[in-house]
Write a protein that binds this ligand. Structure first.
Ligand SMILES: C[S@@+](CC[C@H](N)C(=O)[O-])C[C@H]1O[C@@H](n2cnc3c(N)ncnc32)[C@H](O)[C@@H]1O
Length: 295
């Protein structure tokens, strides 16, 4: 019998957040390449919804593309994390070409949160970058259906995730060693019956996207070099820390400071300087006419 992973408070804070990881050059580049692909197909002006906007990376990159090309855009971010919303709002000031806001809320409530904001024909572009794996299992498909419903015909959707069955790639041993060492730093034991976080395969994500009525026009797996600095930064992101220690017996009694430090100590003890991680990405388009047989 397996045991469910208990729900935890994974809120970001001044000390433990995604800000530093989102600054990482390799992470930015992986996102920028995908955003650039979609951006080239956007009209001017365009209207974009960035779901799970986090600390604002997508809006920052898209605004930079507006400055580079002269296109005008409005980007509305949505994220349930209060710290992330404030951080994104601070770090993505509106310019003459690019404006928007960040709304605190969950993707599950997308249509209610955006009531009255979406242009009559629908949004030109919706993004969910590095976040779908964090969304509740039972809601993933219906979130993608909402994405399809707010897009205009011909509108674009991009997704990427570093938490799929392809993520560890050739480096599975290195990721495993880091986790084992962190457990031993805490002198912790693993609950082998604890069902870990669900990692979907890239194909399963593509099926969810097409199941929502979108047509996949691009797909890739990218190996991103996570430098030592990036690994230390991700060890300060509450969701990551929670994920690593989800199956540690008694983990709920251990403060995040201690778990985060155990990850950094493990990096030191193993002498890790970098570990690659595979990002899966896709771009999809809402068909111009409803597909045959679809309700
Ligand atoms: C790893 S961060 C990525 C943030 C940003 N998209 C980026 O690429 O930098 C994941 C974000 O997903 C958000 N998130 C988790 N569950 C969510 C949900 N149900 N609805 C919307 N956002 C969610 C978290 O609060 C977090 O800010």
């Amino acid at each position: 019998m397996t045991t469910e992973v208990p729900q935890h408070d994974v809120s970001q804070s001044e000390r433990f957040n995604f800000v530093d990881f989102a600054r990482d050059r390799a992470y930015r580049d992986a996102n920028r390449d995908l955003l650039r692909k979609a951006f080239a197909r956007l009209p001017s002006p365009f209207f974009q919804i960035d779901i799970a906007s986090g600390t604002g990376l997508v809006a920052q990159e898209v605004c930079a593309l507006c400055e580079e090309t002269g296109k005008h855009g409005t980007i509305v971010g949505i994220d349930p994390d209060h710290f992330a919303v404030e951080s994104a709002t601070r770090s993505t000031p509106s310019t003459a070409l690019c404006s928007g806001e960040v709304i605190e809320g969950r993707a599950q409530d997308l249509e209610r949160l955006l009531k009255g904001q979406i242009p009559p024909g629908g949004a030109d572009y919706v993004t969910i970058h590095d976040a779908i794996h964090e969304m509740e299992e039972e809601d993933k498909q219906s979130i993608l259906v909402s994405v399809a419903s707010i897009l205009r015909p011909g509108g674009l959707f991009t997704y990427n995730s570093a938490f799929t069955t392809a993520a560890l790639g050739q480096a599975a041993m290195q990721w495993g060693k880091w986790k084992s060492k962190a457990f031993s730093v805490l002198e912790g034991k693993r609950n082998r019956r604890m069902k870990g976080l669900v990692a979907h395969s890239p194909d399963e994500y593509l099926e969810m996207i097409t199941g929502a009525g979108l047509s996949v026009v691009h797909e890739a797996k990218k190996s991103v070099r996570m430098s030592r600095t990036a690994l230390e930064a991700i060890a300060r992101y509450p969701r990551f820390v929670w994920g690593v220690f989800a199956d540690l017996i008694g983990e709920e009694a251990i403060p995040i400071e201690v778990k985060s430090q155990a990850l950094i100590t493990a990096l030191n003890e193993l002498g890790i300087t970098e570990i690659p991680r595979v990002w899966h990405e896709a771009m999809a388009c809402k068909p111009l006419a409803p597909a045959e047989g679809r309700a």
